[in-house]
Ligand binder design. Structure first.
Ligand code: GCV
Length: 683
């Protein structure tokens, strides 16, 4: 199927010309005003050697000619053979499929291991040109660190998106697929431009209708989506319902050790691959938050996953099995059960028991995407099991894309965490990339932050997180400052002043958010259900295992070996020791690991209660300067994006004040200890 390239923006549902800059995100391809630079590009890249006509080749040619025309003002000719100056793409068997080398040697050449590598190279070169990089001494040699670089959509077929903060689903409406090919294609372009190579397109909570995605009812539509993504080197995954043999197949059970169940899945996968021969595989949330799974039949997760793995193996498919398994019917009175322990307790004993095409997907922290959590102790501990680390782009607990929070600083900390499992230097980034244990599959996934909003992500500035996620999974050694400046150049233009203001707004934004919300790793304290806004006791007497245990003397969860839940012992020895002792525990996680008195003195010399007050006042000040910095951009960027972001930042400020006052008042009332600076804390 050929979709005409970048047609009038109005053909995208819900998008009109006034949304153009918002919609184009970082693929603006802004006209370059420097005549010298344009002339250089024109002379070096007059022509492009045409490729073999495959889907990806077509995407490459379209992207290249379109982008050069927009940035430079001329249309490079696509010719069978470049004679003079031009762009040549040469496939080299000895290179890995996604690798490339861009160089200027007898003209500008891209050496690539395969078509995906060539596509990534073209996007890289276009980025370089947009930033007016030097073309004479070009020498960019790259390959992705992580083999799997995935976005997980939590889209439902009724059009809603679980934890979606950017409009409705771009894939579905009213239990059908939408006619949204242009947007899908533009989405695929955005993803490919930052190296994402796999997408799951439905919620991990697979309800009745979505269970049929793997059947004749929807497979033609799924194949349509796969066609679009394939042209951008992206493979498709579907989330499946573990109880499909019953829901779809009419069986009376879904016991993984029973032959009829295995036969159901074998047939289902045969059908899927018949429709989509390069289908990547399935994502499974089993025995988690009331979803069905092998526990119902007294089977282990290895037995459950391996049965699916066998059924999909003839097609070289993979089974991504999530480790977000915990007791969500906990009794708050029971102080021995600790949700943080759950993933490790469930999966560690199964290390080595999974088939080669099963990959365990582990959330970055042991709880659930809080503003601050330690790294999941399962990451690194599993040595004989394929692993994917899961992040969340959707800012479920980080302001739901109404607050501007740049997530890269958080992810960098996580990826650079030393798990210590193979001695010093066993970093999360090397476990995810497969460098440490050399597994058959590995990588990183993130819950997407996209919908059908005209700017994709609800908050225009949340685009940076998608961009940064792609760049970081491609190369985890990139730093957050460089990624931000790349993004801001591409998205808002190269004026230094704009970049400085965006850096001032975004670089500290994660810490700012942490300051006005949740102190010292305690987490939660949010409204139940929708998870937006402060509610300190919202989950305190609930069944979800998310407690802060604040009383009149102190707060925090005792997870030590001696007096607490023993969670600290799940880490490799050195980390376990550090976390177990409040004197060595990193202070930003102190209350995650320890129940501490309000008057405990931190290294800053402040007591915990004073720290709570101070950070909450500072957090609001931080948002005030975000607003002021953004206001300084008036007239420097287009009105639409300017006013959209300003509106959200103003909301963020009022919401930060709400957070500050509720938290400060709560802990003042609990502790009875006054702010030494006598600022306004409501009684
Ligand atoms: C898709 C959290 C979210 C749920 C989500 C779940 C998960 O609990 O609140 O909406 O469900 O994580 O990751 O499966």
């Amino acid at each position: 199927m050929t979709v005409s390239f970048y047609p009038d923006i109005k053909t995208v549902s819900g998008v009109n010309n006034s949304h153009a800059t918002s919609y184009r995100a970082w693929l603006q391809y802004t006209f370059i005003t420097s005549t010298t630079y344009r002339e250089q590009v024109m002379s070096l890249l007059k022509e492009m050697e045409c490729l073999n006509g495959s889907d990806i080749s077509e995407s490459i040619e379209q992207e290249w000619t379109f982008a050069i025309r927009k940035m430079i003002g001329f249309q490079p000719a696509v010719v069978p053979e470049v004679k003079g100056n031009g762009l040549r793409i040469v496939y080299v068997d000895s290179m890995e499929k996604e690798a490339f080398h861009i160089k200027n040697e007898d003209g500008i050449q891209i050496l690539a291991g395969g078509e995906a590598g060539a596509l990534y190279a073209v996007f890289t070169l276009l980025r370089h040109i947009q930033r007016q990089g030097d073309l004479h001494s070009l020498n960019m040699k790259e390959k992705p660190a992580n083999p799997l670089r995935i976005i997980n959509h939590w889209d439902n077929m009724d059009g809603s998106v679980e934890r979606g903060y950017a409009g409705e689903s771009m894939f579905y409406r009213d239990d059908s697929f939408r006619e949204n090919i242009v947007r899908w294609k533009d989405y695929a372009r955005l993803l490919a431009s930052v190296g994402i190579n796999a997408v799951s397109i439905n919620n991990v909570n697979v309800h009745k209708v979505e269970s049929y995605l793997i059947t004749e009812r929807y497979l033609k539509d799924v194949a349509r989506v796969a066609d679009i993504f394939r042209a951008y080197g992206i493979r498709l995954l579907l989330s499946i319902n573990y109880a499909s043999p019953m829901e779809v197949g009419g069986l009376t059970h879904a016991d993984p050790l029973e032959e009829d169940v295995a036969a159901f899945w074998k047939q289902a996968f045969d059908d899927v691959y018949q429709a989509i021969p390069d289908f990547l595989g399935v994502v499974v949330k089993a025995d988690s938050e009331n979803r069905p799974g092998p526990f119902t039949y007294g089977r282990t997760h290895a037995e459950g996953a391996n049965m699916l793995a066998d059924a999909i193996a003839p097609h070289n498919g993979i089974v991504i099995w999530r480790c977000f398994v915990y007791d969500c019917h906990q009794d708050w009175r029971d102080r021995t059960t600790d949700r943080a322990r759950a993933a490790y307790d469930h999966f560690m004993p199964l290390d080595g028991a999974f088939k080669d095409n099963v990959i365990l997907q582990i959330k970055n922290g042991p709880m659930d995407f809080q503003v601050r959590e330690p790294v999941s102790p399962l990451i690194g501990a599993l040595k004989q099991t394929n692993v994917i680390v899961e992040f969340q782009l959707a800012q479920e607990y980080l302001g739901q894309q109404r607050h501007a929070v740049y997530l890269l600083p958080q992810w960098k900390e996580i990826l650079n965490f030393d798990t210590g499992h193979e001695g010093e230097g066993t970093f999360v980034k090397d476990i995810a990339s497969g460098k440490t244990y050399n597994p058959t599959h590995s990588g990183i996934a993130a819950v997407g932050n996209l919908g059908d909003d005209y700017n994709w992500t609800g908050h225009t500035l949340a685009q940076v997180n998608l961009y940064g996620y792609g760049r970081l999974t491609w190369d985890p050694t990139l730093n957050e400052d460089d990624i931000l400046s790349e993004w801001s150049d591409l998205t808002f233009g190269q004026e230094e002043h704009i970049q400085q203001l965006l850096e001032a707004i975004l670089l500290p934004s994660w810490l700012t958010y942490e300051r006005y919300t949740s102190p010292l790793g305690i987490g939660w304290m949010i409204n139940p259900g929708h998870h937006y806004g402060p509610n300190i006791d919202g989950y305190e007497y609930d069944a979800w295992g998310t407690y802060h245990f604040a009383d009149r003397n102190g707060l925090g969860v005792d997870r030590t070996v001696e007096t607490g839940t023993g969670y600290t012992s799940q880490y490799a020895e050195q980390n376990a020791k550090i976390y177990n002792d409040p004197n060595t525990c990193p202070e930003e996680l102190l209350l995650f690991f320890h129940h501490m008195p309000y008057n405990y003195e931190l290294t800053s010399g402040k007591t915990i209660i004073q720290h709570i007050y101070d950070t909450h006042f500072e957090g609001v000040k931080g948002v005030e300067s975000m607003v002021a910095n953004w206001e300084a951009l008036e007239g420097k960027i287009d009105d639409k994006r300017f006013s959209d972001v300003l509106e959200r930042l103003k909301h963020q400020l009022s919401h930060a004040i709400e957070w500050r006052d509720i938290i400060n008042t709560y802990f003042y009332r609990k502790s009875g200890i006054k702010d030494i600076h006598q600022r306004k804390i409501y009684e």
